[in-house]
Design a protein around this ligand. Structure first.
Ligand code: PLP
Ligand code: SF4
Length: 472
């Protein structure tokens, strides 16, 4: 290393340190701590607003067993628990909403009591879990039940192998809560009036088949263990899956996907058998030089309370890395303020924002979808608002199995028709994949065009032709 003479700064340079007794000159005013909302994590007894739980103390509410025992699994139970807090017309709206919904009902007491029951219509948690008949929009004409082609890309039931080096293992079909917007409504939860589900139960024979396939694929290094939700695996099952994957030499990394931390964080505690099983797998993985992490699913900052902070702290202390995947939803988290607050609060909890998904085409929840243009606007606004590793990537999971694409990386996008076209060279070389913005966000003239079979086909054909010209 060569040394160079120290350059003397002129005495009026701002880089010259001020004498200790002089005030430091700030370039911009310090932020008012009141404005650092992401740090104001709720620790009040919010559940007492629900009449049936007004006498439940903190210790009881903080018990996972109590949360499980009091989970709300029918529209009737749900309505009964909040009837005194809302208007009769709201109740009627929810009851009709549920009768039309393709998803099974399950919501934790934790989530139910985080809803602002003085204004449930606009509440972001209500909107994700309780359908209102008055909000329903007709499904998009291009919707199919398994729009991501997960079953078509599955060599054995419940194992989707789409990307070269990674696979998605759907170990079970139940969850701690059921989300209206779930992409896997084709399999997750019990059958409803409108959907007869594909069976992906936690079944050892099915798992064995998946493990056999994985052993036979030398290129497979990365597995997503999902479902359903890994929170509902029994600790013994978590150990069985974890140890089996750790024993497959070529598998270097895997993740357990669970919404648990966001919806019933009370399970993540020292001494809880599930938490201990997870820790055992992560620690054995670390000794083998293999990465085992948790992927969770917060959609709104309101879901991250003191309970989440305590859970995230336990995982952090044990060196268990947590990433977050969010589903972008209209009227839930589609404003810059919502997304920035969420990303900042998660960062504050040491949960890393990883992806924000543009909402898939899912039956019965058109009202929650938004446009690719919205995702791109948010992406621009977020980049730079916190550390790069805490800045989520906005992705579109392309219809028909193209996989995740950066929202802005389309070959073609027409905001007027709402058609975007993507390529996925690493996944399916030479093919084009489409995504369609919700009709409600298009002009009335365009909505009419979509409902006309002939014009719809022409628009899609036209978009594909233009995209092909771009690619070449
Ligand atoms: C999302 C997904 C994965 C994991 O993808 P990452 O980009 O690594 O998070 C793997 N397989 C399938 C089928 C998926 O949908
Ligand atoms: S927890 Fe995940 S898999 Fe289960 S219903 Fe919600 S989005 Fe679907």
């Amino acid at each position: 290393m060569s040394t160079s003479p120290v350059r003397q700064l002129p005495s009026d340079s701002p880089i010259t340190p001020a004498p200790a007794d002089e005030p430091i000159r700030h370039l911009k005013p310090p932020v008012d701590p009141e404005d650092l909302e992401h740090r104001r994590v709720r620790r009040d007894e919010f559940w007492r607003q629900i009449p049936a739980w007004k006498d439940v103390d903190h210790e009881t509410f903080a018990s996972y067993d109590w949360q499980e025992k009091n989970a709300i699994t029918s529209p009737k139970k749900l309505v009964a628990s909040v009837r005194e807090l809302v208007s009769p017309s709201f109740i009627e709206d929810v009851e009709t909403g549920f009768s039309l919904a393709p998803m099974a009902v399950r919501i934790s007491p934790y989530l139910l009591s985080l809803i602002d029951w003085s204004d449930p219509v606009h509440d972001p948690i209500r909107r994700q879990f309780l359908p209102l008949a008055s909000e329903i929009e007709p499904d998009h004409p291009m919707l199919t039940l398994d729009s991501l082609h997960e079953q078509g890309d599955a060599p054995v039931p419940g194992l989707t192998h789409r990307y070269p080096d990674k696979a998605l293992f759907l170990a079970l079909d139940t969850c701690p809560v059921y989300c209206r917007f779930c992409t896997r409504s084709y399999a997750v939860g019990i059958d409803t009036d409108s959907v007869e589900k594909v069976s992906l139960k936690a079944d050892v024979a099915r798992w064995q088949q998946a493990f056999r396939y994985m052993r036979e694929r030398p290129e497979l290094e990365d597995v997503v263990v999902s479902g359903g939700d890994a929170y509902r695996l029994k600790p013994q099952q978590l150990l069985e899956i974890g140890h089996t994957l750790l024993d497959i030499p070529q598998i270097r990394r895997f993740r357990f996907a669970t919404k648990g931390i966001a919806v019933v964080p009370m399970r993540i505690k020292p001494g809880d058998p599930w938490t201990e099983a997870l820790t055992e797998i992560v620690e054995r993985g670390r000794k083998l030089g293999k990465e085992v992490v948790v992927h969770t699913h917060f959609n709104h900052a309101n879901e991250a309370t003191g309970f989440s902070q305590d859970a995230a702290r336990v995982l952090f202390e044990r060196g268990i890395y947590v990433r977050n995947q969010t589903v972008l939803q209209r009227g839930v988290n589609d404003s810059p303020d919502d997304q920035i607050l969420l990303a900042r609060r998660l960062s504050y909890l040491n949960v890393h924002p990883y992806y924000v998904y543009v909402h898939d085409l899912v039956k019965g929840v058109e009202t929650l979808r938004t446009t690719v243009a919205t995702a791109i606007r948010l992406e621009k606004r977020l980049r730079g608002s916190q550390a790069g590793y805490n800045t989520p990537t906005f992705v579109v999971d392309a219809l028909g199995g193209g996989g995740k694409r950066d929202a802005h990386s389309f070959e073609y996008y027409d905001q007027e028709t709402g058609i975007s076209v993507y390529t996925a060279p690493a996944v399916k070389e030479g093919r084009l994949f489409t995504y369609f913005d919700p009709l409600a966000e298009l002009s009335p003239h365009m909505r009419a065009a979509w409902l006309d079979d002939k014009r719809r086909h022409e628009m899609i054909h036209d978009a594909l032709t233009k995209a092909r010209q771009e690619v070449i």
